[in-house]
Design a protein. Structure first.
Lengths: 343, 343, 343
């Protein structure tokens, strides 16, 4: 790994805008959990369940709430939200190799593309005609950016990302490897015995600012209008977003979830992993869907929603599964007994 | 986006083989929904639910059935199947950037590969030994085509597609980015405490004509024989097709579905999204499987099949989920009550 | 396909360390099933269900257990574990095109990378600063290997694999196309109305020896410590392994399964396809999870586990699904009846 950055405790306090107690000259070169941190590492205490670990930590310093400072055996950075400050501190210790501005000699950049001087274009990239790449953008090795697509300021595409033509990506967006933005939506008209006739997908994809898109995630272009991803949306790996989906600001979608065409998801939702959401639905703001649920109808109220069954030993599960298939008759037999009783 | 194409209404009518009513010189430069269409756009009316939208549309012209012409406030293209004609019209308005025949200078093409003069090979492609690429094929940037694979006439691979060695792809096939055709099937023999011994996957993949394969979809090569995808099959994004699967003509498979090894799916099936189909099954023609169902046994009859539970608020769902695990005992208690009753 | 290799029966017997009966000079050029094998092919008989097929086979020779030799109409290779020997034989007939040692002229290899002379680096690869590639490694076309990553002896990356920076891959590992190793884990801290603050992912990924990783599979880097994949683990296509997951030796994971963050899976487990495993769980050794189950809590005992419901015709399923949502009330009504009865 690349050389870690180092900060004194007082430096860190200043950069995070926090008060500290203890020796401000303590040198910190990384982050670690309370249990594993060495004296060169910063840790954090956010969950009261780990109180004992706080009391026994060997960290160089620890991020804590004001009321736990007294329990810390080591220097403290004081915050009302240690987990948030841990996130901010992690960025100070980021060990990603720095990117180099300019075009790698092996990259192909069309003469009609516009690339800011501060942008970095990696090895074996392909930047097609009419593409516009703003300042401070980093395009990883082997990315392909299709005709007339636009990448906003400070965005970063990791290696092997594919962006089709006519796609609009905002500022400070991160897209991980093997993601595909703007493939055709799955639109076909049946033509009797002759099979399917493809509906050309004439829309694009519009991605807001500060969006994160995981590895292997696919976001299809719209059929007529654009597929829309709002500002601050975070999407994990291998998520499928179909054509004309709209996702509201700051919604988070965990890995392997699939959203079918023309569904609108509100703002500030949290969709867990491996969820399925069928097409043409409306999902309100602040909806939470639990892992591997299937959303089969619109959700008009904030709240938590689920489907499926709980895990069991397979032998027991088989019995329940058989009974599930008899549920309607079980229910009718119960009704019959109730009638008899009330005679 | 690239410049849209423009047609007069009478031009469109001729190209689609349709009658029209109204001003044949109306100029149309795109497609839109009844509600959003401007006077430069063609719309379509297929679903009677949107009758009011037809009556209020500001489109330049609209595709309608003969019996709705009288209700249209604007010029009409008349068809018994407006949705199908909308699909065909969409292709006339396709705004994909045109491809350029020839080899991009940055592409690597083996001296033993055969590439038709009319084919287009994009930037940074790798065409290995013995590959055969037919007329009018378009290979997007950064594709890799393995040794001795064959790509039929008029097929189009988008950027970053991987085709392994010895794969046969038919004519007029479309494959989207990050798709992988011909990776090894998941075949291993257990060797006691020494773990797994790999079974070399000696088969290939054979893909018919007019097949569409979505972004990130994987179709594995067969163990001994080929994995087979029939003519006219359409497959959405992130679908997994395991080794030795056979898929019949014109079957449609929506996103994130997984088909395990050696299963045969019939013709004209529609498999919804996120479905799982276990291995070594036979699925008849014209079977429909609803979203996120698990197919655990062969299906010998056309029809619709499902598994899972419906979505509920998580609090209510938890109660049902607990009861599910008690179903066998609930059922036995019911039986007991019935016995008592009949004493 | 490339020219098949040919062996006499006695050659094969020697290479596999087996006894044979029949004509040792029989020439074999491939493998096939009992039913389809020609006289130039080797087949195997492992499942007594196919006894009739053994008796009718036209194979050139067949792998059988000692007690079935008498039933074979053709020459036999004798083994107590014919399926295992079939796997080993398949490797002898492997028809993958051979790789060529050395750097393809179109590849970019950083001057600070170390590449063994016997390694093969394919067309349009990008090998970043400080990478170390051991002897006999094969890197397929268009792969990207990030800064300071290490690839152990004899490993093989197929085309279009992405390895981020600081990743450690063991020996004899196989990674299929479009797989992504080391993308950022999905870690964000909520910041009230300001959305999400990214937690820099400072850990790496450590992959043991003899691991196989399928096409489109993603294995994220750890937040602080590494994500760990044990020796001999086999992972199918489109599997998602989140940050800080630990997978024990020889565990097998089938396609489209998702494992959420910080979950530990034991050794010798078999996780079927499309399974979901939520985060921060402990799964014991030798656990089997059936297809499309959701694992919602830690599993401390070896055994088989399931969730979901069985497949039904959609009409019947709908009735059961409605009753599922009424299960708590059904259960209470049953309890009420029991009380009445016992009065």
């Amino acid at each position: 790994m690349s050389q870690n950055r180092r900060y004194t405790l007082s430096d860190l306090a200043q950069q995070l805008g926090l008060e500290w107690v203890g020796d401000g000259s303590v040198l910190l070169s990384g982050l670690a959990t309370l249990q594993s941190a060495s004296s060169l590492e910063l840790s954090f205490f956010a969950n009261p369940r780990y109180r004992q670990q706080l009391q026994n930590t060997r960290a160089g310093a620890v991020l804590v709430k004001p009321n736990f400072v007294a329990e810390s055996p080591v220097a403290c950075l004081i915050s009302d939200n240690p987990y948030l400050m841990f996130a901010k501190a992690s960025q100070l210790f980021d060990n990603r190799p720095p990117s180099k501005p300019g075009l790698h000699p092996s990259a192909y950049v069309s003469s009609t593309a516009t690339v800011a001087a501060s942008a970095s274009i990696g090895a074996n990239c392909c930047i097609e005609d009419g593409v516009s790449i703003a300042a401070d953008v980093v395009i990883g090795a082997a990315c392909v950016i299709g005709e007339n697509s636009v990448i906003g300021k400070g965005s970063r595409l990791c290696a092997n990302v594919t962006v089709y033509h006519g796609i609009c990506i905002g500022e400070q967006v991160v897209i991980h490897s093997a993601a595909v933005i703007g493939a055709d939506g799955f639109g076909f008209a049946p033509n009797g015995s002759e099979g399917w006739v493809k509906i050309a997908q004439l829309g694009g994809v519009s991605i807001g600012n500060r969006v994160e898109i995981g590895a292997g995630t696919t976001i299809d272009r719209g059929a007529l209008d654009d597929t829309l991803i709002g500002d601050g949306v975070i999407i994990d790996n291998q998520v499928q977003i179909a054509h004309n989906v709209v996702i509201g600001e700051n919604t988070a979608i965990a890995g392997c979830t699939a959203v079918a065409g023309s569904t609108t998801i509100g703002a500030n939702c949290t969709i867990a992993g491996a969820v399925g959401i069928i097409g043409h639905l409306q999902i309100a703001d602040k909806v939470h869907v639990t892992a591997m649920s299937l959303v089969t109808k619109s959700i008009h109220q904030a709240g938590s929603y689920s489907s499926g069954t709980a895990m069991m030993e397979t032998g027991d599960w088989r019995k329940s599964a058989v009974r599930f298939s008899q549920l309607d008759s079980l229910s009718k037999r119960l009704r019959q007994l109730e009638k008899e009783q009330n005679k």
